[in-house]
Design a protein around this ligand. Structure first.
Ligand SMILES: Cc1ncc(COP(=O)(O)O)c(C=O)c1O
Length: 443
């Protein structure tokens, strides 16, 4: 499908704007009506209009490996090749020879299917070895594997927390954590993002009102939309003081940050000191999968039976287990340190080049580099302009972030060179400038 306004002047393009730059997916969550399919159809019509105008950068198809450069096809059939900052491949391990060889060997030994949940007969011997190796990396020995990180976050919360218990959770925590909290109990207390004083006030109030039930405090090591981190030591101390357990989601920092790959928990001197660590293998460890780690064997065995996505879902396949084990071994080796160093050089080059271009970058150095695009309409156009200019990066807009604080979520990998990062920064700045001219937004 063609862009409707091809080779147009900026002025003509502005006047043609309509529904594709307005509204959000949130509008379609609250539609009244008895016809469920009709609700889906009204969303689809809105999304299709965006697709037709090239401003629906979702559900893209990858044309090859998710490397530093890649080829992506949009839903409208447009193909974009360019610098790839849209894949979560932080240590560039997806084509590592040792990782691929491990996958091949596992396939030959076990075939490709686990054929059961971990609660029944789906765990291969290597899965038990993976749990132990991950426990060593985290210095938190009791590890339970899940089919995905989302399942681990949701399952750990729903598996541990009962209706009468309480959850205190960062308002910007990942969807799997909020969904798990909502499913577990009506007693969900949101705290302001990273605000430990607010956490303390909430814990105090909940404990005063209810001394008889449990409290789970939930946060992330590196927040996925803002690239910032809480004070983990303070949160853990508060949890202990008020008889709560702390759970930290380390999906975006484990393996790729910290001198030994221990992520934010290691950077903050808290390795082995956090009650519950939950994470995903889908960012650094080149595979689907997730885990929950604790010091308490009883919690692991309890979750095996009460965390439904573990109990009632097929275990990781033997091939996935072998891939993750090979990645954990690299993360813990000198090569891992060298890859983390390369990753950090690219992150710092990207952040400083963007800042030099006058573009606002959020958070702290991490593989996620959130770039403020601002108004949702401008962000949609900027995202299209970037893809056409050869820069592939994901747009994040309302309701995933607050209204008109849309951003580009650039994800950096070890194979990005600083030069490539600088080129990407120039493409972001020029595309954003062009988008502002198109939508008429003044800064
Ligand atoms: C913070 C966080 N937790 C959990 C997940 C879910 O991980 P997975 O992709 O393994 O389901 C994600 C993935 O986007 C995430 O960003």
């Amino acid at each position: 499908m063609e862009r409707t306004v091809e080779n147009n002047t900026v002025g003509e393009e502005v006047s043609s704007h309509g529904a594709e730059l307005k509204g959000s997916s949130f509008d379609f969550l609250t539609q009244p009506g008895a016809d469920l399919a009709a609700k889906a159809r009204s969303f689809h019509a809105w999304a299709q209009r965006r697709v037709a105008h090239g401003v629906f950068p979702y559900a893209k198809r990858l044309g090859g490996r998710p490397g530093a450069t890649a080829e992506l096809t949009l839903l409208n059939g447009q193909r974009h090749a360019g610098l790839n900052f849209s894949s979560q491949e932080y240590l560039s391990l997806a084509r590592h020879p040792k990782v691929c060889a491990a996958a091949q060997e596992a396939m030959e030994r076990y075939g490709v299917h686990s054929a059961g949940s971990t609660a029944l007969a789906g765990n291969v011997e290597e899965a038990v070895a993976l749990e132990a190796e991950l426990g060593e990396l985290l210095q938190t020995p009791e590890v339970l594997l899940f089919p995905t990180g989302w399942a681990a976050g949701f399952g750990a919360i729903k598996g541990l927390v009962r209706e009468s218990d309480h959850i205190v959770i960062d308002q910007l925590a990942h969807n799997c954590l909020h969904e798990g909290a909502r499913a577990a109990t009506p007693n969900v207390h949101l705290h302001r993002h990273l605000d430990a004083d607010h956490v303390e006030r909430l814990l105090k109030r909940v404990r005063q009102r209810d001394p008889h039930n449990g409290i789970l405090l939930v946060t992330e090591g590196c927040f996925s939309m803002d690239a910032d981190s809480p004070d983990i030591a303070r949160l853990q101390a508060l949890a202990h003081a008020y008889g709560a357990l702390l759970m930290v989601d380390v999906a975006h920092d484990l393996g790729c940050l910290g001198p030994n790959g221990g992520g934010q928990i290691e950077l903050q001197g808290m390795l082995g000191k956090v009650d519950l660590v939950m994470g995903s293998f889908s960012k650094t460890f080149a595979s689907n999968g997730g885990f929950v780690a604790s010091h308490d064997r009883a919690i692991k065995e309890y979750l095996r039976f009460y965390a439904a996505p573990n109990t009632f879902s097929n275990a990781l396949s033997p091939v996935q287990v072998a891939i993750i084990r090979a990645c954990v071994a690299i993360v813990r080796s000198e090569e891992g340190a060298e890859r983390r160093a390369r990753l950090m050089s690219a992150i710092l080059a990207l952040r400083s080049a963007l800042t030099e271009q006058g573009v606002t970058v959020l958070g702290h150095p991490s593989p996620i580099v959130p770039v403020m695009l601002g108004h949702d309409a401008t962000a949609r156009v900027a995202s299209r302009e970037m893809a056409e200019a050869g820069l592939l990066a994901n747009l994040v807009e309302y309701p995933a972030v607050s209204l008109n604080s849309a951003r580009l979520r650039m994800q950096v990998m070890a194979d990005h060179t600083p030069e490539l990062a600088e080129t990407a920064a120039r493409l972001v700045a020029s595309s954003l400038q062009r988008a502002r001219a198109i939508t008429g937004e003044t800064r």
